[in-house]
Design a protein around this ligand. Structure first.
Ligand code: GUN
Ligand code: FE
Length: 428
């Protein structure tokens, strides 16, 4: 199937540049971009034209770190720091997901909100419960949005309702992966499993090593949390005095880049840890809204970018207070400004283009050729009608993008596409 999308085309090729092409055509064949041109390509003469007029066509947003089961806690308990916040707010809510009917209701709302906010791909944590995790995967499939979805693992230091024995945690994960291998691992599947040890304090070495083996056996990626909060880091030191660092604990367990790996936060890495992440090709999920709310700190993203580490942005609901990726982009820009002023003059502020790149092509790279409109990329797109943000003056496309990112929200998103397919509002 061939489609032509006509409008003002905006996307990133590199981290610090922006392609902004007025009234161009994106030619899409079977969901894949074949060209962006000012005219209709010859072999697309008969293609369906989706005329977006003077609107913006931008890549769909990628959320590289989000907890689906924490949606109901959005905006709650944020006077606390990470560890007490987990105990008092997060665990009681996550425990409710043993009830698959409750999970179904909450997860429908979650998928609907991702859709509303223009997040077309996400890397999602659920809870320890395999059945409700599968339910979320089915809901994603029905919606047409792409996602990696991970059943959590926890076998120590958590509340009884959420604690699995080491053996049960591995067995439940293996069963879940077997189910996924049957139902969610077609070549072109948009919804896939991801192995998800919550973080070192909640996973014994035996569990971590078992999960590392499963990631290889089933060829499944890995996501977790790393170096978010100073009390958390001290706790890891106490639990693993034998290990040179928090990052090394994951590495020794086979959970660092044996298969594609996302580590959320990475605020307090030592230079050795950063070098280890770089050498293992780990993606960092930068979660600035969450890091501000629970007082974790500011990750030196510009420094990581200079070391060619792969980086995406995460909403980290409900440490984060919004699913809106433009809001997360804004926060990334703002914390980088303050980091430069107050912390390190050698770590310059992110530019708008860089932050936009992180939320599209940067995070998108975890999903394949996603997050850009270069030839060969999957056409995930948002049609943005920014009329209600415009002023009397003629504005360039980068200015219109800037205003949308700083001042816009879901109301400007007129439609969403994933792999060239129009995505209607789910479950309505
Ligand atoms: N570290 C371990 N679990 C969590 C979580 O649910 N949210 C955040 N932000 N950090 C964590
Ligand atoms: Fe998180």
């Amino acid at each position: 199937v061939k489609k032509l999308f006509k409008g003002n085309i905006i996307f990133s090729k590199t981290s610090d540049t922006l392609e902004a092409l007025p009234l161009h055509y994106v030619a899409v064949e079977d969901g894949i971009v074949s060209s962006v041109t000012p005219f209709i390509p010859k072999d697309f003469a008969d293609a369906q034209i989706i005329d977006c007029e003077n609107k913006l066509i931008i890549p769909g947003f990628c959320d590289l770190h989000v907890h689906a089961a924490q949606l109901s806690n959005m905006g709650l308990g944020l006077d606390k720091e990470l560890l007490p916040w987990l105990e008092d707010y997060t665990f009681p809510e996550e425990a409710r997901f043993s009830d698959t009917r409750y999970a179904d209701k909450k997860y429908r709302h979650f998928v609907k909100l991702l859709w509303q906010n223009g997040t077309t791909r996400s890397a999602v944590f659920t809870t320890i419960h395999a059945e409700s995790t599968i339910r979320l995967m089915e809901l994603f499939s029905a919606s047409g949005l792409g996602a990696y979805v991970g059943k959590l693992n926890m076998d120590r230091n958590t509340v009884p309702a959420l604690k699995e024995s080491t053996a049960a945690s591995l067995e439940n994960t293996q069963k879940w992966l077997t189910h996924c291998a049957k139902y969610f691992q077609a070549e072109n599947e948009l919804v896939k499993p991801i192995i998800t040890p919550r973080f070192v304090p909640h996973c014994t070495t035996e569990l971590q090593k078992g999960l590392g083996k499963l990631s290889l056996k089933y060829n499944v990626p890995v996501q977790s949390h790393l170096s978010e909060n100073r009390d958390e880091i001290e706790w890891v030191k106490k639990l693993h005095p034998e290990s040179p660092s928090y990052t090394a604990v994951y590495d020794e367990a086979g959970l660092l880049g044996q298969t594609p790996t996302i580590m959320a936060h990475c605020i307090w890495n030592t230079p050795e840890e950063t070098a280890l992440l770089a050498s293992k090709n780990v993606w960092i999920a930068h979660c600035p809204t969450s890091n501000m709310n629970v007082k974790s700190g500011i990750a030196p993203i510009q420094k990581y970018m200079n070391q060619n580490i792969k980086i995406g942005l995460g909403s980290d609901i409900s440490g984060g207070n919004t699913l809106s990726m433009p809001s997360v982009i804004r926060a990334a820009l703002q914390v980088s400004n303050l980091y430069w002023v107050y912390v390190n003059q050698d770590c310059p502020p992110l530019s708008l283009f860089e932050a936009f790149y992180l939320a599209t092509k940067g995070g998108g790279s975890f999903f394949g050729k996603v997050g850009s409109f270069e030839k060969g990329y999957e056409f995930d797109a948002l049609i943005i009608d920014d009329t209600n943000l415009s002023d009397e003056n003629e504005r360039s496309l980068p200015e219109r993008l800037s205003r949308y990112i700083y001042c816009g929200d879901d109301r400007q998103i007129e439609s969403r596409y994933v792999r060239g397919e129009y995505i209607p509002e789910p479950f309505s």
